[in-house]
Write a protein of this length. Sequence first.
Length: 157
Amino acid sequence: MLSFWRVPSLGELSLVRSAYSHMNATWERRRESALGSYLRTQLVLWRRQPTVARVERPTRLDRARAIGYRAKQGFVVVRVRVRKGGARKQRPSSGRRPKALGVTKFTRGKSLQVIAEERAKKRYPNLRLLNSYYVGEDGVSKWYEAVLIDPQHPNLK
């Protein structure tokens, strides 16, 4: 039984936590759990998919529900791949010393997550973006899932 006068043990805390908090804790410790190996195999499949791919259900249900996703008609989940790294700029055609070229060490004006959200909105112009969350990365790419809603759908009016 929980008491206000003592700190509850870890076993007692797990009884009161919701299923979504357990999902979140598993995600936070994904490298040590079986989830890490599962995600590595999924990344291999995701690399072969298009840059913007619609998915049947969210990979991270706890994050999706936290940002407003519900399992009903009118909600669309899209996985977007974005290339990692800084901005790559074209080299100037005239001669300069490398330091003055202005090609390397540029930081993007937008985060990779914002770029992923823009790609999802461009691919589905009739839908409205609710939010997005991180799902994975490898050496070259990062993946985000964006939750979109159909404002014209009768279930959401």
